[in-house]
Design a binder for this molecule. Structure first.
Ligand SMILES: Nc1nc2c(c(=O)[nH]1)N[C@H]1C(S)=C(S)[C@@H](COP(=O)(O)O)O[C@H]1N2
Ligand SMILES: [Mo]
Length: 327
């Protein structure tokens, strides 16, 4: 059965959970044979914050599925796909959609290496572990350090379900992400004006990477074909400033020492290594107390920003002591 995004919008359920999400549950679908990555999908992956069976409505209808719709307002797909940061394509917000036409989404492989027991290189289909249409969808608030934000439905699964399969060693304290290097398809990487060192790199602590909110993302708005949004594969970390959510990921490396991160490297004073959203800690050049929520091209709302971008209940425990350490 084809996935149709509009279908989901028809069911509205009040959300009791502390973050907004919609979710598909693959029932008795016999999908277990897909790959090592599918095994963990069912049962193991989603003891996520505050979720109860009662949150889930609808029924298993043959080959689809349960879902809930929290009724959360979304940014329009048009706005979320025409105003982006993906410096590989250029520095303007319109470059990612205008200059990504030559970017090849397939084939795509991701290599896992460093401190893990089962390193290897896997195709995206393996990492999904199920058909794209059966992945979870989560609506996350997403906030750029530049103080604009959107509410975007991401299609994917918890990154930890994937990381567990390659078995990080006890000595692994961080996960480093490397984005793709393809100057022939990404004009921003070839441009003499770019001061960034390519490829783009980012990193999380192992606890952050294994947190169930950290989302291995294969699509947005049910669409896998949007390079401007980082497809075919990005990682989405909703409690941090947007640059901590790397696009076009091709490698994940488990390390003992803290890896480099592109924007932190570029200007550590302006871009912290952790870069959690803290509204009371200003960027040196602007306040972070509020944000411009982009709902559509025509509607931009000034709203207060929240600690951890609204996900404090889920993640604040990861950051004991003085929050200045985690800016
Ligand atoms: N590889 C890569 N990842 C990246 C970026 C980038 O330029 N290259 N920009 C980051 C920034 S600054 C933001 S705000 C988000 C933007 O994601 P979106 O355009 O899909 O909303 O992607 C982040 N991930
Ligand atoms: Mo950003």
């Amino acid at each position: 059965m084809e996935y149709r995004f509009e279908e989901k919008l028809m069911t509205r359920v009040t959300d009791q959970s502390s973050y907004r999400r919609r979710r598909f549950i693959a029932g008795a679908l016999g999908l277990g044979a897909f790959s090592a990555f599918s095994a963990l999908r069912y049962g193991d992956s989603v003891s996520v914050a505050n979720e109860t069976d009662q949150d889930l409505t609808a029924k298993n209808d043959g080959d689809i599925l349960l879902f809930e719709d929290t009724g959360a307002r979304l940014t329009t797909k048009h706005a979320a796909t025409h105003y982006n940061n993906a410096y590989e394509f250029g520095w303007d917000k319109t470059d990612p959609y205008q200059k990504s036409g030559a970017f090849e989404l397939k084939p795509w492989q991701v290599t896992f290496d460093g401190l893990c027991a089962k390193p290897g290189t896997f195709d995206l289909d393996d990492l999904m572990g199920m058909p794209f249409s059966h992945l979870e969808e989560r609506v996350y608030d997403f906030r750029c350090v530049e103080a604009w934000s959107m509410a975007i439905p991401y299609n994917g699964r918890s990154l930890r379900d994937i990381l567990q399969v390659v078995e990080p060693l006890g000595s692994a304290r961080y996960v480093a992400f490397t984005s793709v290097l393809r100057p022939e398809q990404m004009p921003g990487q070839a441009s003499a004006f770019s001061t960034l060192d390519w490829p783009y790199v980012e990193a999380l602590t192992i606890e952050e990477a294994m947190h169930p909110l950290t989302f291995a993302t294969f699509g947005v708005y049910g669409d896998q074909t949007l390079p401007q949004n980082g497809m075919p594969f990005r990682v989405t970390v909703p409690w941090k400033y947007g640059f901590k959510s790397p696009k076009f990921v091709v490698r994940m490396t488990f390390t003992e020492t803290r890896p480099k991160a592109t924007w932190h490297l570029e200007n550590p004073r302006e871009y912290g290594w952790y870069s959690n959203v803290y509204p009371d800690i200003s960027h040196p050049r602007w306040s972070q107390a509020t944000e411009r929520r982009i709902w559509s091209e025509g509607e931009i709302e000034r709203i207060p920003s929240r600690p951890y971008n609204g996900y404090a209940n889920e993640v604040a425990h990861l950051y004991p002591g003085d929050r200045q350490q985690y800016r």
